[in-house]
Design a protein around this ligand. Structure first.
Ligand code: NDP
Length: 246
């Protein structure tokens, strides 16, 4: 039997990048998977088709993580369709790299709304429908613990919030057999952080392995944390960063 057979997973922000890799990997491990996305319906549909092609059920829901009503409505839609949420992966997130003093109030509000409020609201909605053995996995960042790249100050603050949210919530829901963990990627080659982008050089220089990571390397850690084998791992911040924070 596959590790996640008969499980329902919801991965937010999963039409591209790390989220898409996580959604496909959880499906490969046996889960039916719902994804959310903000704008790119075609990319979201391609992820759904890839999951269906391996014999699992999948749906894509348009829900901007910055919109609290849409975020909780997405969870309700998953429950209506699949009956529950066993695994929630809070992946939707964004960065607006620039010196902190130049960040506008609108940019600060947006990054907090997506990276922090979106995580809290989605988790609250999912917990209403999460059975014993459930998994809450948030995608934080290695800069949530230690930050060496200028321009990521506001972003790092939001990922630090995800870290403490994870630790706090693990103690509230542990009695229900639900684990809460924070997976913290380092530089991963995606549209958000291209290995060839302007911000790549200092990030690359900070890795021990002298390379950007691949989305599948993050998905592999998430899949392990989602699996029954990880039942005794909770309240942790698991870094997959090529040695950036070493
Ligand atoms: P990408 O920008 O490559 O992909 C983002 C995905 O999230 C897309 O599917 C996008 O959908 C969706 N999305 C964007 N904004 C929203 C929103 N407001 N509501 C719902 N969905 C949204 O990002 P990455 O894959 O690089 O990043 C994923 C997560 O990993 C983020 O939380 C990020 O902070 C974190 N991370 C990334 C690192 C990296 O180096 N790449 C390093 C550390 C952490 P659509 O196209 O429809 O907008």
């Amino acid at each position: 039997m596959s590790k996640l057979e008969n499980k329902v997973a919801l991965v937010t922000g999963a039409s591209r990048g790390i989220g898409a890799a996580i959604a496909k990997r959880l499906a490969a491990d046996g889960a039916d998977v719902a994804i959310t996305y903000a704008k790119d319906v075609k990319a979201a549909e391609a992820v759904v088709s890839a999951i269906e092609a391996i014999g699992r059920k999948a749906i894509a829901i348009q829900a901007d993580a910055a919109d609290s009503s849409a975020a909780s409505a997405a969870v309700e839609q998953v429950v209506k369709q699949f009956g529950r949420v066993d695994v929630l992966v809070n992946n939707a997130g964004t960065a607006i790299p620039k010196p902190f003093e130049e960040a506008t109030l609108e940019e600060i509000d947006r990054i907090i709304a997506i990276n922090v409020r979106g995580v809290l609201v989605t988790t609250q909605a999912a917990l209403k429908h999460m059975p014993h053995g459930g998994r809450i996995i948030s995608i934080g960042s290695c800069v949530g613990e230690r930050t060496m790249t200028p321009g990521l100050t506001a972003y790092a603050a939001t990922k630090g919030a995800v870290k403490m949210f994870t630790q706090g919530l693990s103690r509230e829901v542990g009695g229900r057999g639900i684990t809460v963990n924070n997976v913290q990627p380092g530089p991963i080659d995606t549209d958000l952080n291209p290995a060839s982008g302007d911000w790549a050089a200092p990030q690359l220089a900070n890795t021990a392995l002298n390379r950007y990571g691949h989305v599948d390397e993050v998905a592999a850690l998430v899949a392990f944390v989602a699996s029954p084998e990880a039942a005794y791992i909770t309240g942790t911040n698991l870094t997959v960063d090529g040695g950036t924070n070493a």
